[in-house]
Design a protein around this ligand. Structure first.
Ligand code: AMP
Ligand code: MN
Ligand code: MN
Ligand code: MN
Length: 268
């Protein structure tokens, strides 16, 4: 079965509503998707309802940002996303996001970039740096969005603020406690080649690794498959779709969900 297990909606920094993600998946003949907004579950219900109407299976998911000595993103699949503990933890994370965003806005002000945080009109969404970058673009401060990351708010930018992240261990525990399946997202985005095994060994409780990903070459996919086999992890795939106008297109991970993995994820 073709699947895309890494999609962002307007509940975080995606451009499409959860319903539009499902309509797009239907048009592309992708019958199984997971909604994985950053630190936020507010898009899931709408996606599930749209999925029922359009016969698209929607896996409730999340992408938690975490940090130990490097940033790592942990995907959680089939979580009990309404469990009070889970919701409470996400609220704490959202408070930290707000504080960080406001600090970034302050830093930008010192560089002559005056943004009104309220102009990011996304109540209930998980707001982050992409929204700030988009607002900088809208207000004419930059020629294109990547410039915001390169010069100002990316890890090496002059206005960067490191967030108070949860650790990968805490992210994995939170997902497990909520009945979900924790999977390491896009390992090569943050982990240097050759160091993946070291990090996997640190991630106790991890059950899977995102293997099919638009930025992964066939050689990298083969290498991750070997690592997954060695550590008895499931292999998942997703596009990390954010928008029809930038980034990787929906479905572009070319992922086929096999029966064993589907069973592990609770899809069948
Ligand atoms: P945050 O979660 O607030 O730290 O923001 C991170 C998000 O910003 C990522 O999920 C991406 O969607 C986006 N992002 C990070 N780096 C870049 C970049 N160089 N160009 C465009 N978007 C980026
Ligand atoms: Mn994002
Ligand atoms: Mn990510
Ligand atoms: Mn993502």
């Amino acid at each position: 079965m073709i699947a895309d297990l890494h999609l962002h909606s307007r509940a975080s920094d995606g451009d499409l509503t959860p319903r539009a993600l499902i309509t797009t998946s239907k048009a592309l003949k992708i019958p199984i998707v997971a909604i994985t907004d950053h630190d936020n579950i507010s898009g899931i219900d709408e996606a599930i309802i749209a999925g029922q109407e359009k016969e698209i299976k929607v896996i409730p998911g999340i992408e938690l940002s975490s940090y130990s000595d490097i940033e790592m993103h942990i995907l959680g699949y089939n979580i009990d996303y309404k469990s009070p503990k889970f919701v409470e933890e996400l609220e704490k994370i959202q408070k930290r996001r707000l504080n960080r965003n406001l600090e970034i806005i302050d830093n930008l002000k010192k560089k002559g970039i005056n943004l009104d945080y309220n102009d990011i009109n996304r109540k209930g969404s998980s707001i982050g740096r992409l929204h700030i970058a988009q607002l900088m673009y809208q207000k004419g401060y930059i020629a294109h969005v990547p410039e915001a990351f390169d010069n100002y708010i990316g890890a090496n930018g002059s206005c960067y603020v490191k967030s108070e992240y949860i650790t990968p261990k805490e992210a994995i525990e939170l997902i497990l406690d909520s009945g979900g399946v924790p999977v390491l997202a896009h390992p090569y985005r943050f982990i240097e080649e050759g160091k993946i095994k070291k990090y996997i060994e640190m991630l106790e409780g991890l059950q899977g690794i995102e293997t099919w990903y638009p930025l992964h070459s066939p050689a990298i996919i083969e290498e991750i498959k070997k690592i997954a086999k060695f550590y008895n992890l499931i292999t998942t795939g997703g596009s990390d779709f954010h928008s029809p106008n930038h980034g990787s297109p929906l479905g572009s991970a070319n992922y086929h969900l096999d029966e064993k993995t589907a069973e592990h994820l609770g899809v069948i």
